[in-house]
Design a protein around this ligand. Sequence first.
Ligand SMILES: CC(C)(COP(=O)(O)OP(=O)(O)OC[C@H]1O[C@@H](n2cnc3c(N)ncnc32)[C@H](O)[C@@H]1OP(=O)(O)O)[C@@H](O)C(=O)NCCC(=O)NCCS
Length: 153
Amino acid sequence: MKFLLLRRKIEAEAEHLALSGNDRKAEPIWFTIGRMLANRKWTLILVAKDRNDLIGYISISFAKFRKMRSNAYLVLSVRSDHQNKGIGTKLIQDAEKLAHARGTRRIELEVFAKNTGAHKLFKRLGYEEEGRKRKIAQIGNEFDDLILMAKFL
Ligand SMILES: CC(C)(COP(=O)(O)OP(=O)(O)OC[C@H]1O[C@@H](n2cnc3c(N)ncnc32)[C@H](O)[C@@H]1OP(=O)(O)O)[C@@H](O)C(=O)NCCC(=O)NCCS
């Protein structure tokens, strides 16, 4: 439950996520929990804590299908009041170690082009651009591309 509250808080404040504001409210909480339980074999969530507060998380979704088993997909978020302290970097590094131990050899993630801070961070950690979904998101009158990035472990 604490994790769901953290995720909702980050989504409400983050500028560059696919979800914004209260988008998630359209989904009833019991549905979210049910989906998480159904996927628990395929998804690992690591959280960063400051005393008892959750301040960030990374989810690692492992591919379900046999041929794709060496792949995993990351989603990373850190609360705005705890950014730029190395927490995101540490979460990615820990996720990579865990994923590697489970047989993952290729990790992918997606980042909006206007999210220059996150894009730079992923590049610094060795993620390379593989493609773009152009003008996929609309914010007011402006459009943004979604960049697909991956790294081989
Ligand atoms: C993207 C995001 C996860 C980065 O998390 P973070 O904890 O701020 O990341 P870090 O602190 O590890 O790195 C950010 C910068 O701080 C710098 N930094 C790292 N440790 C630091 C420290 N101890 N002190 C000061 N700065 C530090 C890093 O060098 C990095 O800069 P660089 O990428 O220009 O080299 C965070 O901004 C976020 O959650 N944004 C909203 C959601 C989002 O956009 N998610 C990504 C899409 S999947």
